[in-house]
Design a protein around this ligand. Structure first.
Ligand code: CA
Length: 221
């Protein structure tokens, strides 16, 4: 299991095992296991984060969801399963290789009809969505993509979600590097700036969750 949170390893294992408990269905487990064995498997969110996304989706009664950065589809599967039968999830990614794994598992889980995958730079797809179906059309968004692009995705997603809608950003603790002012690496700087911006942004309520590698959760006012 890749070490992905700031927790001591034994505690992280405890959380992971608890979260991927007996309620996890076989198609979800197969995708999670298959991805975890892959070269870039550490990019996949943890089972605890998948549970968090599903819980948020259900809590706000989301029907229209958005994902920026789909990889092999585990987070999208968690969100799609939490959406109602007529719910829709638009997924943005640029990799046909990774998302072909995603599409296979979405079919296996019977949620492929809820998911629309758009293979293009997310910035472009989000611009298209702002024209049709337009601003405020989504209830929920999850962003887990290129970190330098987060600020742009933040602005676009804030327009795309309705007031009261949620946007969650993954990896916003960046293995703790955001807390080290001496770390001036581009992704670290981008994530640190986004965390600071969200916390003083009058358009949102913000909370930096220390789950996984950090999840910045913002609610549009
Ligand atoms: Ca991530």
């Amino acid at each position: 299991m890749p070490h992905r949170s700031l927790l001591p390893e034994a505690v992280e294992r405890y959380v992971a095992e608890l979260s991927a408990g007996e309620r996890e269905t076989q198609p979800v487990r197969r995708l999670r296991d298959e991805t975890a064995r892959m070269r870039n498997g550490g990019m996949q969110i943890g089972a605890d984060q998948a549970a968090l996304l599903a819980l948020l989706v259900r809590t706000i009664g989301a029907r229209r969801a958005l994902e920026v950065g789909t990889f092999t589809g585990y987070s999208a599967l968690a969100v799609a399963l939490a959406l109602p039968a007529d719910g829709r999830l638009v997924c943005c990614d640029v990799s046909d290789e990774w998302t072909s794994i995603a599409r296979h598992h979405w079919r296996e889980a019977g949620v492929d009809g809820k998911i629309e995958l758009r293979l293009a730079p997310a910035k472009q797809t989000l611009e298209t969505l702002l024209r049709d179906p337009g601003p405020g059309s989504f209830d929920f968004a999850f962003v887990d993509a290129d970190k330098a692009g987060y600020d742009g995705y933040y602005e676009q997603c804030l327009k795309l979600v309705r007031p009261g809608g949620l946007v969650a950003f993954d990896n916003t603790l960046w293995s703790g590097r955001v807390a080290d002012p001496a770390d001036r690496e581009e992704d670290t700087v981008a994530l640190r700036a986004l965390n600071a911006k969200a916390h003083r942004d009058a358009r949102v309520d913000a909370c930096l969750l220390t789950v996984g590698d950090g999840v910045l959760l913002v609610r549009r006012r």
